[in-house]
Structure formats: structure tokens, C-alpha cells
Design a protein around this ligand. Structure first.
Ligand SMILES: Cc1ncc(COP(=O)(O)O)c(C=O)c1O
Length: 382
């Protein structure tokens, strides 16, 4: 039988980051020692008290469905966290999702339909493009690579593409894959354009807790942005909870109501006991988060120094745990070669819309980072 698949799925590719990880896993299964710098997850265990809270919630019988938007106690804890960041949202303006990815999917699906224009800042996280394409939207991309991945110097370029036809703009600071944290002036520039052209903005703040000496501003706190910004965050990165699948979005009630329909008809709710663990993560992990961030900062410095010693300059990231390594213009071939010859896994920049780079994740031990850079140098990849 030949199945006739919907355009919405045939027009997108599978996630490139997951594809590289799969290839690396395959090599490992063959006994090859791969230094995997392709993964987008912290290498720390989930903090013990969060694990205990999850277990306790299971033991207490929190194993049934919850209200679709998520348990009130967690939404209240999220509201408190957002208030600390200067964002005013009541629990009725928050939906708890199985991961931030699902939150983004629901928002994009609720806002974008055939032909709608969506603006991305490149390089951009791989799934934004797929989500917009699945919704039928068309993409306009602004390349930040000439500006050390900063947005402020690219505001003129952004201005030239944002029009009254623009439906949605997606901003991700700190950024995956660049680690860039956008300045307040850059965010104010976004605000001015969004207000002028009546554009809705997604502020994906999933790396907000992972920064080095800078304090990222939440876009929704800027004057004029409260009623046009949807703030997305999650537990995967800050609390090392990737496999728990927990995230959320907060925005204008109207949008939350519409996206909430998608939520209730698809996932019903996030997992009950995971939501209980989420409360613990928000309220009692300051120390664990601080320790993880300090380790990431040390690793960032180490990788920057090691690369510098090899004569490679990178744009030093202020957040997240990624950096972009300038490589050959055929970055796909470079990444495949680096994996096959040096057994080092990275992700091609073209997967993020910016060829000529490879994304390195430094969420790996110092020993593995040293080993990875050494191998790349030895095999002539630096
Ligand atoms: C920029 C960005 N947004 C959202 C996500 C989704 O995270 P999760 O679904 O694990 O919460 C990721 C994960 O890699 C990401 O890098």
C-alpha cells in the first residue's frame, strides 16, 4: 500500500541534532570512542531533591490526569518565578507542557497558518523552522553571523524584513546554537518593530538561568510588549531534567485559551508527578543551578582557550552551553568528516540556517572537551 502523507509532514526534515546524536550512538555501538559534543543536554544528574519530590509524588498517588493547563500549585510557582523576572502572569495565563518544545509547537500552531510570515534570527534552533513549516507559514531569516551572533548590530537588517505582513517573530536569548545573550538595546529594537508592525513575539527563555556574568532581560517586561509576547521556558536545561519533559508558556489569556485547545486535544496535560517535581525544581534548587552554571562557565573558558591555542577565534558565548566554531563552507561534510576521522560529534551550522559553522556543545566533562579539541586538531579539523 502507498500512503499519501500530508504536506505538513513531508515538507519538513527530521531534527538534525538528533540525527547526528543517532549516528554517534551507532558508532559507539560499534565500539568506537566518540566524543559527543552534539548533545543539547546538561551532563549532570537531576538534583536529588527533585528526584525525591517526583518519587514522593508517585507514592502519594499523583498518577492520574491533571487539569489540562497543569496543577494550580505549579502554575502559581511559575507565576512567582516569572514575577521575579518582572513578568506579570496569573496562573490562568500559564500552560504547563511536556517540554518547552511542545509549548512552542502549540503557540506556533495556534498563531501561524498558510502563508503567514514568520521571522527567525539565524542561526536559529532547528525546530522553529520545522514548526513554522508544519503550520504552513513562510520564513524570513535574518543572519546574525556577521555580527558575532549579536542582534543589536543587525537591527537594521531586522527592520528591513519586519513588515505589517509579519505574523510572528521568534527570539531566543540566550541562544541555541550561539550562546549569545541579546543586549537590552537589541530587545528594545525588537520591541519598537513589533509595536510598529503589530507583531506577536515568542521569547524562548529556556537558557535564561544559564548565563555568565550577564543578566538577560525578559522581552515581555519591556513597555508595549506584555500583550504581544509569549514567554516560553522549561525545566530541561536549568535543572537538568531533559527526560522528565516539563516546560511551560505564559502569555496573553486570549492566546493561552486558543493554544490551550491544541494542548487539551493532543497531550491532555503534562505528567502529574513530574509537575510536582517541577515545583521542587523551581523552589529549592538555587545551589544546584549555581554549581552547574559555574561548571559550564569553566568549560566555556577552557574550550575558548584550547581553540585559541589552535589559532581559532570564536564568538565567546555569554550563556547556554553552546558555541559556534567557524569551519569549512561545506559544514555538513566537515561535521561528517570530524565524526568519522576524529570521532568527534558536532552539529552542522546549516541545520540552524548558517552554513560555515559547527555547533559545539560544551555540556561535557573537561577531560572529554580536551580530548575532543585535541582530536580535531590532530586530524586537521582546526
Ligand atoms: C532553544 C530551545 N528551545 C526549546 C527547547 C526544548 O526543550 P525541552 O522540550 O526539552 O523543554 C530546546 C531544546 O534543545 C532549545 O534548545
Amino acid at each position: 500500500m502507498t500512503m499519501d502523507f500530508a504536506d505538513r509532514v513531508t515538507r519538513v526534515e527530521p531534527s538534525a541534532t538528533l540525527a547526528i546524536s543517532a549516528l554517534a550512538t551507532e558508532l559507539e555501538a560499534e565500539g568506537v570512542d566518540v566524543v559527543d559534543l552534539s548533545v543539547g543536554e546538561p551532563d549532570f544528574p537531576t538534583p536529588e531533591n527533585v528526584v525525591e519530590a517526583g518519587k514522593a509524588a508517585m507514592d502519594a498517588g499523583h498518577t492520574g490526569y491533571t487539569t489540562s493547563a497543569g496543577i494550580l500549585e505549579l502554575r502559581e510557582a511559575i507565576a512567582e518565578k516569572l514575577a521575579d523576572d518582572g513578568l506579570e502572569h496569573g496562573p490562568e495565563e500559564i500552560i504547563v507542557t511536556p517540554g518547552a518544545k511542545q509549548a512552542l509547537y502549540e503557540i506556533v500552531s495556534a498563531l501561524v497558518e498558510d502563508g503567514d510570515e514568520v521571522v527567525l534570527l539565524d542561526p536559529a534552533w532547528v525546530s522553529y523552522e520545522a514548526m513554522v513549516k508544519m503550520a504552513g507559514g513562510s520564513l524570513t531569516r535574518v543572519d546574525l553571523s556577521a555580527f558575532d551572533f549579536q542582534l543589536e548590530p543587525a537591527l537594521d537588517d531586522l527592520e528591513s524584513v519586519v513588515t505589517d505582513e509579519t505574523e510572528l517573530l521568534i527570539v531566543n536569548s540566550p541562544s541555541n546554537p550561539t550562546g549569545a545573550v541579546y543586549s537590552d538595546a537589541a530587545l528594545e529594537g525588537v520591541r519598537d518593530l513589533a509595536v510598529e508592525h503589530d507583531v506577536t513575539v515568542i521569547s524562548d527563555e529556556i537558557y535564561k538561568e544559564i548565563t555568565y556574568g550577564v543578566e538577560p532581560t525578559s522581552l515581555g517586561t519591556l513597555e508595549g510588549m506584555a500583550d504581544r509576547t509569549v514567554t516560553v521556558n522549561g525545566f530541561s536545561k536549568a535543572y537538568s531534567m531533559t527526560g522528565w519533559r516539563l516546560g511551560y508558556f505564559a502569555g496573553p489569556e486570549e492566546l493561552v485559551d486558543q493554544a490551550g485547545k491544541l494542548h487539551s486535544h493532543s497531550v491532555s496535560s503534562a505528567v502529574n508527578f513530574v509537575q510536582h517535581a517541577g515545583i521542587e525544581a523551581l523552589q529549592n534548587t538555587d545551589e544546584a543551578v549555581e554549581e552547574m552554571v559555574a561548571a559550564f562557565e569553566e568549560r566555556r573558558d577552557l574550550v575558548v582557550d584550547l581553540l585559541e591555542a589552535e589559532g581559532v577565534d570564536v564568538a565567546v558565548p555569554d550563556g547556554a552551553f553552546y558555541m559556534m566554531l567557524p569551519v569549512d563552507s561545506d559544514d555538513q561534510a566537515w561535521c561528517e568528516g570530524a565524526l568519522e576521522d576524529a570521532h568527534v560529534a558536532t552539529v552542522p551550522g546549516s541545520a540552524f540556517g548558517t552554513p560555515g559553522y559547527a555547533r559545539i556543545s560544551y555540556a561535557a566533562s573537561e577531560e572529554r572537551l580536551r580530548e575532543g579539541i585535541e582530536r580535531l586538531a590532530e586530524e586537521g579539523y582546526l
